[in-house]
Design a protein around this ligand. Structure first.
Ligand SMILES: O=C(O)CCC(=O)C(=O)O
Ligand SMILES: [Fe+2]
Length: 419
C-alpha cells in the first residue's frame, strides 16, 4: 500500500456477496465510479471480469503537464478544454524513435507500422491541427480530409525507456500485476505503454494480448469504446473463423451482438477485462497511459488461452508431426505468435510463487510499483490461485510429456506451494 494512503483502502477481504454468485446478470451499462475502494474493485469488477470506468485517477500525475488548459473561443460560454502541450513534451522527452501506426492504411489485418523520431511525430501532429483549424475557418474549404495523415503513436514503452521519469503512478486498483512484476524485475520488455494520437486515430477490433486485463487512463482527450463480453465476438467471425478488422454499431446490431459503448473522458480509467473484444476511437486529440497485466483473478484464463493457442499452432504445422522435435517446434512458434510459451508461463508462476512464499513469513511485503504493499490476505489469495493453476498444469498432457521435464518443475512448484 502506498505509504501515503490509508491501509484499509487496500485490505482484501472476502466479499460475502461473492460466495456462490459467479453468474451475475450483465447490467445495462458500464458503471462509472468515483472513490471506489480496492476491495470493491477487486471483487465486483476484476474478479467478475466485468468492465468499469473509474474517475479522478490521474489528477496528481506529472504528465498533466503534457496538457495545457485552453480557454474556449466561444465568448458566450465559460467552458475550457485541455490540449497538448507540445513544447513541454519536447523539452521533457528526448527525440527518440517511437512506434507509430498509420490509421489510414492496413497490412495483414492491422494498421501499417512505422518508426518516427518523437519530436518529428509531434511536429506532424501539431501542423495537422493547425492545418485543420485554418481549413475550418475558410468558407467553402475544399480541403480533402481523407488525404490527411492519421498517425497514432502507440505501444510506446516510455516508462521503461525513461525509468527516472515518474510521469504517472499506477492506480491502486491495478497494482496486483504479476506480468509486469516479473518483467520489470528481470529488465525485460514490459507491458506499460503510452498512446498519443490525433482526433480520428483509432485502434482496430481486438482482444488483448495473452487474454490479459488492460487498463487505460486518459490524460487528455476523449475516447469512444465499443466492447463486448467474451463469446459475443463469435457472432462476427467469418466462415473460416476470422474476426473482422473493424466494427461499428450497425454491424454489431445486424449480428445481434450484445455490446457496450464507453465514452472515456480525461482523468478516467477504463478497466478492460480478459477476453472482451473491443475497438477504440480517439474522438479528439488524446493521450493515454495503458498497461496489460494479469494476476490471481485471471491467471486461469491466461493459461486456457495459452493452451488453445498451442492447439492452433500444432494444427497449423500438423504436416510436420513426424519430426523428432515437433513439440519443441510448436513451443517456439507459440512464443513467436502468442508472446510466451509453456516454459515462460511456468517461469512466471515460479517467480511469483517465490516472492509470495517469502512474503508470507516476512514482516514487510514487496512493494508493487514502488507504492503499494499487499496485506496477508492478498498474499494468501495469490498463493491459493497459484496452487490451483499449477495443479491444472500438472494434469496437462503437453506438460506431462515435455522433453524439458516441465511436469517435474510443476510438481516441485506444487510441493512448495502446498507446504
Ligand atoms: O486506446 C486505444 O487506442 C486502445 C486501447 C486498448 O485497446 C486497450 O487499452 O486495451
Ligand atoms: Fe485493447
Amino acid at each position: 500500500m502506498a505509504s501515503e494512503e490509508r491501509d484499509e483502502d487496500h485490505l482484501l477481504q472476502l466479499d460475502p456477496e461473492e460466495i456462490g454468485q459467479n453468474d451475475r446478470q450483465l447490467p445495462g451499462e458500464i458503471e462509472r465510479c468515483t472513490g471506489l475502494n480496492y476491495n470493491d474493485f477487486f471483487w465486483r469488477y476484476m474478479h467478475k471480469n466485468f468492465p468499469v470506468i473509474i474517475t479522478d485517477v490521474s489528477n496528481e500525475w506529472e504528465c498533466q503537464k503534457w496538457t495545457v488548459l485552453q480557454e474556449s473561443r466561444d465568448l458566450n460560454s465559460n467552458t475550457s478544454a485541455s490540449s497538448i502541450n507540445f513544447d513541454y513534451l519536447k523539452t521533457r522527452i528526448p527525440n527518440c524513435p517511437v512506434p507509430v501506426a498509420d490509421c489510414n492504411s492496413s497490412y495483414f489485418n492491422s494498421h501499417t507500422k512505422l518508426e518516427l523520431n518523437f519530436h518529428d511525430y509531434l511536429d506532424k501532429w501539431r501542423s495537422g491541427i493547425e492545418n485543420q483549424s485554418s481549413a475550418s475557418q475558410e468558407v467553402n474549404s475544399n480541403v480533402d480530409t481523407t488525404s490527411r495523415d492519421n498517425l497514432y503513436l502507440k505501444d510506446w514503452h516510455l516508462a521503461a525507456q525513461m525509468p527516472g521519469y515518474n510521469f504517472y503512478k499506477v492506480p491502486k486498483y491495478f497494482a496486483s500485476d504479476w506480468l509486469n512484476e516479473q518483467l520489470i524485475d528481470q529488465k525485460k520488455d514490459d507491458y506499460r505503454f503510452v498512446y498519443m494520437g490525433p482526433k480520428n486515430s483509432w485502434t482496430s477490433y481486438h482482444a488483448d494480448v495473452f487474454g490479459s486485463f488492460s487498463w487505460s487512463t486518459n490524460i487528455v482527450g476523449l475516447k469512444k469504446w465499443l466492447i463486448m463480453p467474451p463469446g459475443e465476438e463469435l457472432k462476427l467471425n467469418d466462415r473460416l473463423g476470422n474476426p473482422p478488422f473493424s466494427i461499428d454499431e450497425k454491424m454489431l446490431d445486424e449480428h445481434n451482438v450484445r455490446y457496450y459503448t464507453i465514452n472515456q473522458r480525461a482523468n478516467e480509467a477504463v478497466f478492460v477485462p480478459s477476453g472482451w473484444f473491443h475497438q477504440v476511437w480517439n474522438l479528439t486529440d488524446t493521450i493515454s497511459i495503458n498497461h496489460n497485466w494479469f494476476n490471481a483473478c485471471n491467471i486461469a484464463m491466461v493459461w486456457q488461452n495459452l493452451r488453445s493457442n498451442l492447439k492452433a499452432v500444432c494444427k497449423e504445422i500438423s504436416d510436420c508431426q513426424q519430426m523428432d522435435n515437433f513439440e519443441a517446434h510448436c513451443q517456439t512458434m507459440l512464443r513467436a505468435s502468442f508472446g510466451i510459451n509453456y516454459l515462460d508461463f511456468i517461469e512466471l508462476l515460479e517467480f511469483i510463487a517465490t516472492r509470495r512464499l517469502a512474503e508470507k513469513t516476512a514482516a514487510t511485503k514487496f512493494l508493487l510499483f514502488d507504492s503499494y504493499r499487499k496485506n496477508d490476505y492478498h498474499v494468501q489469495y495469490d498463493l491459493e490461485c497459484l496452487r490451483k493453476v499449477t495443479r491444472t498444469l500438472t494434469e496437462d498432457p503437453t506438460v506431462q510429456r515435455s522433453p524439458l521435464r516441465l511436469d517435474e518443475r510443476c510438481r516441485q512448484l506444487l510441493a512448495r506451494l502446498e507446504f
